[in-house]
Write a protein that binds this ligand. Structure first.
Ligand code: MTE
Length: 317
């Protein structure tokens, strides 16, 4: 993600291209077991994190029957990220170590029967965790495939008991410029995103609590984030602290920070270019491959109906 102020991604920081090691989950689990680790070979920092994480016992969760398949290796997927709170480098995993994901309070408010305030761990324990392999298409024209663990956002909506006046769900990330050096920059902090109620209750919208068979690493937006795989990646807000049910369409971080370039809907469409580049194809991170981009990132069968009657809206920006 970037705005007019920098060149950034146009010169991608290519790490030494890893071997194209696209294993399925089962063989990774087997490999982990063979190593005596019993899970996807964890790094030292993830083992330390897991030991401190009261939700660690919930992983790996049951794999989805529908959303399964090969994914980007972990050393690639967790080393090429966007998390502007911690800077604009793609190697933000280094600075994101400053994030303190526990204790973490999540607020659910706005047009609900009763506002809720609870720890992320408490919420995660109450929700049915499932592992889903999702494609991820960034608006910067690169892509990956990630094995996320989480629960359908619809479950959280049901739990929150919104009132009939609620038309949108608004998500907000923490605001702490002392912890997150990137929040001392000019952007319209905190990071805010939004979905319509119909989008939020679509089965594909996932509240993500883990990746690669364990709790979320900081760089992925610990302890809880969103993933909407039919939309450009910037809709998938990380490290959420507040979820509000509202009547008006929320103004998002990128609409505020990059006016004229980013909109509310941001559905993937190869035929609608970004004002400054084409969206027709994407670089598959870690492989050197460039492949054609698909409408709704290939998830049209699940989501196209959401947009019937909305043809007058800028659905792909
Ligand atoms: N959420 C927050 N809070 N801050 C961010 O900078 N970047 C977005 C999205 N969510 C971002 C965020 C963008 S532009 C992308 S492409 C994805 O996170 C990147 O997710 P990943 O690092 O897990 O691949």
């Amino acid at each position: 993600m970037h705005v007019i102020h920098r060149k950034g991604w146009e010169i991608p920081e290519r790490e030494a291209t890893p071997e194209q090691l696209f294993l399925n989950r089962r063989s990774l689990l087997k490999a982990g077991a063979a190593l005596g680790a019993g899970t996807i070979a964890p790094s030292l920092s993830s083992r330390v994190m897991a030991a401190e994480d009261p939700a660690a016992g919930l992983y790996p969760a049951k794999a989805s029957d529908v959303f399964k398949g090969a994914f980007t290796p972990e050393d690639v997927g967790s080393r090429y990220n966007n998390f502007y709170e911690f800077g604009m480098s793609k190697k933000v995993y280094v600075t994101a170590e400053a994030l303190k994901p526990r204790p973490w309070t999540l607020k659910i408010d706005g047009l609900v029967e009763k506002p809720i305030e609870m720890s992320a761990d408490e919420l995660i324990k109450r929700m049915p965790l499932e592992e889903r392999v999702y494609r991820h298409r960034c608006v910067e024209a690169w892509s990956m495939t990630l094995p996320w663990t989480g629960f359908p956002l619809k479950k959280l909506v049901d739990y929150a008991r919104p009132l009939s006046g609620a038309k949108y769900v608004r998500f907000e990330t923490f605001l702490d410029p002392k912890m997150a050096s990137g929040q001392r920059s000019f952007f319209a902090w905190p990071y805010v995103e939004g979905l319509t109620m119909a989008e939020a209750t679509n089965d594909l919208a996932l509240m993500v609590t883990g990746a690669y068979g364990k709790p979320l690493a900081n760089v992925f937006g610990a302890p809880i984030r969103l993933h909407t795989p039919w939309k450009y990646g910037f809709k998938s807000i990380k490290s959420i602290t507040k979820i509000s049910f509202v009547a008006e369409r929320p103004k998002t971080f990128w609409e505020e920070s990059g006016p004229g370039e980013y909109g509310f809907w941001a559905n993937v469409n190869p035929q609608v270019p970004h004002p400054r580049w084409s969206q027709a194809s994407e670089e598959v991170i870690g492989t050197g491959e460039r492949k054609p981009t698909q409408l709704f990132n290939g998830y049209g069968e699940f989501v196209a109906d959401l947009y019937k009657g909305l043809e007058g809206e800028k659905l792909y920006i």
